[in-house]
Design a binder for this molecule. Structure first.
Ligand code: T46
Length: 141
């Protein structure tokens, strides 16, 4: 879908000792693994069952969502298209660019959703009213 994509990170499995697996290491660097300089990281944890978060778009902010534990579903949409994505792999991220309406739901118990952002927090960059979003998105796309 426009302005969104799945990013596969470098998932390093140190296989020096086959008898004793040592787990995965996933590095994420600005401008290399995500297409922007990283200015902010935040994470959603302990989200109660049946909670739906999001219901907004950003005018300029770019973000990459990574589910570090458990699973979460995300819907991303414009006035013209909509897609549903399940995030359940810490080695994959969902890139969301400007002017995409997003909703996050079905957080599994114990899930951890980390978000890597291109800008510092700015409430002025949010569009939280859906009608306003549709008007502005029609001009944008
Ligand atoms: C997004 C999705 C994926 C801050 O003070 N600083 C921050 O960096 C953030 C992200 C939020 N806040 C405050 C603003 C609100 O009073 O925390 C409160 C909850 O934020 P919001 O309702 O926007 O949270 P979500 O879970 O709906 O959305 C968040 C991000 O805000 C948003 O950018 O794209 O996760």
């Amino acid at each position: 879908m426009i302005n969104t994509k799945i990013i596969e990170f470098n998932d390093i499995i140190d296989a020096k000792n086959i008898e004793r697996p040592m787990g995965h290491l996933t590095p994420i660097e600005g401008f290399k693994d995500v297409p922007f300089d990283i200015k902010r990281i935040y994470y959603l944890t302990r989200v109660p069952e049946n909670t739906i978060r999001g219901f907004h778009s950003h005018k300029e902010l770019q973000q990459v969502l990574v589910c570090l534990n458990g699973s979460v579903q995300i819907s991303v949409s414009t006035p013209y298209e909509k897609e549903f994505i399940t995030l359940d792999d810490p080695a994959k991220g969902l890139y969301i660019g400007p002017m995409i309406w997003r909703e996050m739901y079905n957080f599994s118990p114990g899930s951890v959703l980390m978000v890597i952002a291109s800008e510092y927090y700015d409430e002025g960059d949010y569009i939280r009213d859906y009608r306003t979003y549709c008007e502005e998105a029609q001009d944008f796309f």
